[in-house]
Design a protein around this ligand. Structure first.
Ligand code: SAH
Ligand code: SF4
Length: 381
């Protein structure tokens, strides 16, 4: 039990680590040395820190530790995508995905075990909610992934060039820990990733978007998924609390504070016959008229019992064309790592649900399926 009372230095930002050293009667500059060992060199053993004297190393061993989440599995897909399942303190497992692309590598990081927001098409939401990840558990995913590529000190072309907070969970519902982890991602003593290349994705927790803007300048992505409140209330339930006008206002404020021609990323998961019709594209053009943005369409990735389908390639192209013709920069996210279930919205981990939502969800879907045995969802069980 003694172990758990040690301070875990992995999740501390530079100022926090400086305060830690001060609190144990040491010089603040030790923070920089230790951060480099942890994040640049992937070290978790104080004895490996050769520029720190033996006495201080012993002192640190007695009161501190460097502990990432436990790696349960690591899979590498045929297309180079990697997926880790890691176990966090609460006992639940969450997933982290690395996606290599020409000239860059993006790490998709989880912020919560499960999610309380329950968007209707998201498998994480269907798992219910268990716990917020600590800052150490969030940055620990970057630490683990970085180590898997071999930490070569001073190496320029690093494997992880971008981080997106688009794994399991809603980062703005775990605000302090998500912010601390992103600060370490951007710190030169951490991972030195540019503010433009760290992206927080939110389903639209409007007041927290404003809070975020007061302390950090990472890129922002909004999970829109519907161009009107009536439909969005059904797909993204948090919309009932913070409707579109309020969320878009907060996004506009956030983006305008960043300046430098930075734009909002609008994510839109395309669901067959639900939000993929020409009228939806037209409403979206109207809605985003004065929002500096680029649009990323995500064809729905199916999961068992979801009840939704992915639109045809023609329908996806038609939707993209309509937005494009209205002057928008629109990309379609290609699905990667399908053979290891690493696609968007398919991250399930193993959440020890506290809400019993997953049980209820499965029960309700099964009753629905029995009542309508020919429904699309039934044959995916
Ligand atoms: N909670 C945050 C970040 C995690 S979800 C958010 O909602 O933005 C990351 C993205 O994947 C979101 O845009 C989400 O809507 C999308 N997504 C969720 N389930 C999906 C699915 N089954 N298929 C495709 N995209 C999905
Ligand atoms: Fe949570 Fe995001 Fe999934 Fe919605 S889409 S349930 S906010 S993880």
């Amino acid at each position: 039990m003694n172990e758990t009372t040690k301070a875990n230095l992995l999740g501390l930002t530079q100022p926090q680590l400086e305060s830690f050293f001060e609190s144990i009667g040491e010089k603040r500059f030790r923070a920089g040395q230790v951060m480099k060992w942890i994040h640049h060199f992937g070290v978790d053993d104080f004895d490996a820190m050769s520029n720190i004297g033996k006495a201080l190393r012993e002192k640190l061993k007695a009161c501190a530790e460097i502990r990432g989440p436990e790696v349960v599995s690591q899979d590498i897909s045929g297309d180079g995508t990697r997926k880790w399942v890691v176990r966090v303190t609460s006992g639940s497992c969450v997933e982290t995905v690395y996606i290599p692309q020409a000239g860059r590598g993006t790490l998709c990081v989880s912020s919560q075990a499960g999610c309380s927001l329950d968007c209707s098409f998201c498998s994480t939401g269907k798992q219910g909610f268990n716990s917020d990840l600590t800052a150490a558990e969030i940055i620990g995913q970057v630490w683990i992934a970085n180590k898997s590529f071999g930490t070569v000190p001073g190496k320029i072309d690093r494997a992880i060039t971008n981080v997106v907070m688009m794994g399991m969970g809603e980062p703005l519902m775990n605000f302090d820990n998500a912010v601390a982890a992103m600060q370490i991602m951007m710190d030169d003593l951490g991972y030195g990733i540019s503010k433009r290349k760290v992206t927080l994705s939110t389903s639209g927790v409007a007041p927290m978007i404003d809070e975020l803007g007061k302390i950090i300048d990472v890129s922002l992505a909004l999970s829109l998924h519907a161009p009107n409140d009536e439909l969005r209330n059904r797909l993204v339930p948090i919309n009932r609390k913070y409707p579109l006008a309020q969320v878009l206002d907060a996004c506009r404020r956030y983006i305008s504070r960043l300046g430098e021609k930075r734009v909002l990323t609008v994510e839109y998961t395309l669901l067959k016959d639900v939000n993929d019709q020409p009228e939806h594209a037209a409403q979206m053009v109207e809605l985003l008229r004065d929002v500096p943005c680029k649009i990323n369409l995500i064809p729905f990735n199916p999961f068992p019992l979801s009840g939704y389908e992915r639109p045809s390639n023609n329908a996806i192209r038609r939707f993209q064309d309509l937005l494009h013709k209205a002057g928008h920069n629109v990309t379609v996210r290609t699905t990667r790592g399908e053979d290891i279930d690493a696609a968007c919205g398919q991250l399930v981990g193993q959440v020890m649900d506290r809400t019993r939502r997953s049980e209820r969800y499965i029960a309700v879907r099964r009753i629905g399926d029995e009542a309508a045995p020919s429904s699309g969802a039934a044959d995916r069980t």
